[in-house]
Design a protein around this ligand. Sequence first.
Ligand code: OAD
Length: 231
Amino acid sequence: MRKKIIVLTGAGMSQESGISTFRDADGLWEGHDVHEVASPDGWRNNPSLVLDFYNQRRRQLKVVQPNAGHLALHRLEVAYDVQIITQNVDNLHERAGSSNILHLHGELTKVRSTGNPKTVLEWHEDLNTGDQCREGFQLRPHIVWFGEDVPNYDAARRMCQQGDIFLIIGTSMQVYPAAGLIHFAPKQSQIYYVDPKPHISWELSLRPALEILEGKAGEMLPSLVDKLLNL
Ligand code: OAD
């Protein structure tokens, strides 16, 4: 049976594609206080600002490309059963060809009804005040904001319990519950953590098989993938 690789990615994965990370810029995200643009309070206080912010992110998505790291992860599928669990809301893993991607924090290319959370629509253009679902409710970005539940967390937890090898890439491991997922990796599983400034939590420091690769995803992943394919 093919081994299962679980890949946990964060904002650093897309940094070399030109998308800013969250914590590398003094708590500002593309010039905004994260809570103004990514929280239910922000949405209540100033929905136009929030819509505009995600419209800019959606437009940016059209001009950025997957980087060497995204492309390397796709190559793993030749020999492994690969499951990506990403905190990113971009679609660069999809565009690099990866097959199994679970988005923990939502997707920029989807919107949902504020009246019926089950109504989720594909959306590639700007979203404006007045854009409504069929039932007449305002549409909002399909993003998990601070303070909201993470509906895909249980699925992600179950995936982690089945993993043989883990790749943690470009995440500061500071936002829970995503950062806690590694807790569910089987004890003896091999873990690789790729990040130019890795944050070794107490949980990670206890892992018997942890290898830290200090560097950028696009620079480190092609050779790590070669190594895994040659095992
Ligand atoms: P962070 O901004 O907290 O962390 C980004 C990580 O990427 C840092 O550890 C950097 O050192 C690393 N990094 C930077 N450039 C890199 C590169 N080229 N290659 C590899 N790593 C690189 O981002 P996340 O951990 O993803 O939540 O943040 C988690 C969540 O917090 C996000 O999903 C978002 C945010 O607020 C929501 O929007 C709900």
